[in-house]
Ligand binder design. Structure first.
Ligand SMILES: [Zn+2]
Length: 592
């Protein structure tokens, strides 16, 4: 990994930041033999395959393959760069990273993302102050109070108010040394007027919702108009390096723990819906904020649960959404239920009027999405005619084809055939056609793919766990270039550098040098599932021979290709030379 933080600083941080402690913030870990186990934060699972080794200070998931050291974990879970993750941990364990002025050891400026985080924090403070200001904020505060939101909840969400002036925020930020107006525009806080060539506040006369990522860091803002002539009703930050609309769910920072605990997420549409639920202690709720669901949002949710209930304010809205984005949820293996609240209520108004218990009862009664979809389709078509029944099949089958679990697919086809009085076998054959045309063939599960023993991989295992003599033997006999597998070659490179520098071969350190995440995964897997060799020396010798043999075989194949090519082209001299090389190689190979 390319960075310019000195190794001794990294080692210092590493020695103080215990990986078990850091990961325990996010994952509940239990002791299991030499390691700790828990539910993987990177994929959804019911039995723990996520493993942390306190000795080796690395983690690895045997379910999804995620793996790395403490820096990688912070990068992945908090969406930080390597440098930012190191800074984050350094702060936590009180290690000072030398600044660029100290001997110029570090070249990186705070990243654009980091700068936006800082200015967002300042803007949030400003908006919050404006809301509590008796003169400026009273109209907004009255509005929020009328809607039944108390001070405590507003403080929890850090709700604010953007005054109606054109440059109130800009002036405040300038006082706090945020003077680069282009940057403030990129951060989504200011807009530029093309005609007058000046900047003005993006949010004016609006209630402000800070938008937070899963760690509660403010990545953007949304503003709701409080007077009718201010349009649009809702205004959001534009896309910035930090805020990606398609990757955001409002309230997930508050909801994530409850979603995992209850293994169930409620998805609502609006900010106020989410806040009302939390106000009533219904915590497993996130809001899509009016956008159609995206694969990235589903991915976010899937980290915590695959069971989701979508709550809509009317049948019509539910129906419309069904036609848009539901196949996506089904194809990602989510169990989707749908709840359409009566009389045009949204969760906000429903909970306010009927209370928490009544709402939770509605949630419990929610139907699986496909069930309500099929029943609605049948109601809308004339199923007494063959034509009408065919229409039902035409509408429903494409969705059934998206279900990733084959047993469930069959069950839903049965359900459809019963309800719509359609022939089940005909449906199944129709479904098979659809299934094969719309989906790639599912991959075989990993365990059933029997891979031949891989000598290169064994060598890496030996390099990671072997004794000094074994290490030296492998180092001297196999060159980096003789590893054919690009990832294993990269690992060999890293390990060889450590051997040459006479530093102990440590998994944790190797991970800092691994360029890509795939290689990191392979390293952690090797570390956490070590192979026990009865006789290391012997195993090393066998593997070295096998690797040499396959390298030689590869070279022979290539030489043959070149020789034939030369023969065809009539280059006799060249082909003779190649033939000699070829014979030498073959002799050497036979001799072992
Ligand atoms: Zn995993």
């Amino acid at each position: 990994m390319k960075h310019s933080i000195p190794d001794h600083i990294l080692d210092e941080i590493r020695s103080r930041a215990d990986i078990v402690e850091i990961i325990s913030d996010v994952v509940q870990l239990k002791k299991a033999g030499n390691s700790m186990k828990g539910l993987c934060p990177f994929h959804s699972e019911k039995s723990p395959s996520f493993s942390v080794s306190p000795d080796k200070q690395v983690y690895h998931c045997f379910g999804c393959g995620a793996g790395g050291n403490v820096f990688r974990f912070v990068m992945e879970t908090q969406d930080l760069s390597f440098f930012e993750a190191v800074q984050n941990l350094a702060q936590r364990v009180h290690v000072t990273i030398p600044s660029p002025s100290d001997a110029g050891s570090i070249g990186s400026e705070p990243s654009e993302k980091e700068k936006i985080r800082k200015v967002n924090q300042q803007a949030r403070q400003f908006y919050e102050n404006c809301l509590s200001d008796p003169k400026m904020g009273s109209k907004a505060l009255d509005y929020l109070k009328k809607r039944g939101f108390d001070r405590e909840l507003l403080a929890r969400y850090q709700i604010g108010y953007a005054p109606s002036a054109w440059s109130a925020l800009q002036q405040n930020l300038e006082k706090k040394q945020f003077t680069d107006l282009d940057f403030l525009e990129n951060a989504g806080l200011l807009k530029k007027s093309a005609e007058r060539n000046n900047y003005y506040d993006r949010f004016r006369d609006r209630v402000i919702f800070p938008l937070k990522d899963m760690q509660g860091v403010i990545i953007g803002f949304a503003g709701r108009a409080i007077s009718d002539d201010n349009i649009p009703k809702y205004l959001n930050s534009p896309e910035t390096p930090l805020y990606k609309k398609s990757k955001f769910l409002f309230g997930l920072d508050i909801a994530k723990t409850a979603i995992r605990r209850e293994n169930h997420a409620l998805l609502v549409e609006g900010y106020f819906d989410q806040m009302r639920a939390v106000q009533n202690d219904i915590l497993n709720v996130a809001a899509t904020c009016g956008t159609a669901l995206t694969p990235l949002q589903i991915q976010l949710l899937k980290n915590f649960s695959t069971n989701v209930t979508l709550v809509f304010d009317s049948d019509a809205a539910g129906q419309a959404a069904a036609e848009k984005g539901f196949d996506l949820l089904l194809s990602q293996g989510m169990n989707v239920k749908i709840l359409c609240l009566p009389d045009g209520h949204d969760p906000d108004s429903y909970i306010l009027k009927f209370g928490k218990e009544s709402f939770l009862q509605e949630v419990r009664n929610a139907k699986p999405f496909l069930e309500s979809y099929i029943i609605k389709a049948i109601a809308q078509e004339d199923t007494s005619s063959p034509n009408g029944r065919a229409n039902v099949a035409k509408r429903v089958l494409p969705l059934i084809a998206q279900i990733s679990n084959s047993v469930e697919r069959v069950e839903w086809t049965k359900f459809l055939s019963e309800k719509a009085k359609l022939d089940e076998r005909a449906l199944m054959s129709e479904l098979r056609k659809k299934f094969h045309s719309t989906r790639p063939q599912p991959e075989l599960p990993k365990e059933t793919q029997t891979a031949p023993p891989n000598p290169e991989l064994y060598l890496i295992h030996l390099l990671m766990s072997g004794n000094e003599t074994t290490l030296r033997t492998i180092r001297s006999r196999v060159s980096v270039g003789e590893f054919q597998d690009p990832q294993l070659r990269q690992i060999a490179q890293v390990v060889y550098e450590m051997i040459d520098a006479s530093v102990p071969v440590l998994l944790d350190r190797a991970l800092d040098k691994a360029e890509d995440p795939e290689t990191a995964r392979q390293i952690t897997q090797i570390g956490l599932a070590p192979i026990e060799f009865e006789d290391q020396e012997r195993a090393a010798a066998d593997c070295i021979q096998a690797v040499k043999r396959s390298a030689a075989e590869g070279a022979i194949k290539e030489l043959k290709r070149q020789r034939n090519h030369a023969l065809e082209a009539g280059q006799m001299q060249e082909s003779r030379e190649l033939q000699i090389k070829l014979r030498n190689l073959e002799t050497a190979l036979k001799a072992g």
